[in-house]
Design a protein around this ligand. Structure first.
Ligand SMILES: [Zn+2]
Ligand SMILES: [Zn+2]
Length: 146
């Protein structure tokens, strides 16, 4: 990998399960974290969801924009998924309008960082075992030290 300071920013492709929705993320990301909130759990049908936070201008949807369904999942949050295959793709919040969260699992290649923390750890499923040394954040905002 070219690490020289004047190299082009690295771009990583992403897509939903069926490939209708295709997008790319220009690095660097803002963070990478596992979210244990109940909405992530239900929306994705999984114990928790690993997200990358991306400045909005660094996400480009280049196919399937019209297949993207938006769901207002809370007063401030909107989740979007592919209407063809159901893949959950993005989460946006009016609390941080310049950022969009992208599901790491839908990226085709490695990004610029490994998961750094657990968010909403107080809300985790009781049947999930977490055995890593990452910070476990929680509280009202989901990202406070516990
Ligand atoms: Zn799809
Ligand atoms: Zn969540």
């Amino acid at each position: 990998m070219d690490e020289s300071p004047d190299s082009e920013p690295r771009v990583v492709e992403g897509a939903c399960l069926c490939g209708a929705v295709r997008f790319e993320v220009t690095l660097p990301t803002l963070f990478c974290a596992h979210c244990h909130c109940t909405m992530c759990r239900r929306a994705h049908g999984s114990a928790y969801v690993t997200w990358i936070g991306v400045p909005r201008l660094q996400l480009r949807i280049h196919a399937g924009g019209t297949d993207l369904v938006r769901h207002q999942s809370s007063d401030h949050g909107q989740r979007s998924f592919c209407r063809v295959c159901g893949s959950s793709l993005f989460c946006e919040s009016s609390r941080h309008p310049d950022r969009i969260d992208v599901v790491l699992a839908n990226m085709a290649g490695p990004v610029d960082r490994a998961p750094q923390a657990h968010f909403y750890f107080d809300d985790r499923a009781e049947w999930v075992a977490v055995d890593d040394g990452l910070p476990r954040l929680g509280g009202e905002s989901g990202v406070e030290p516990r």
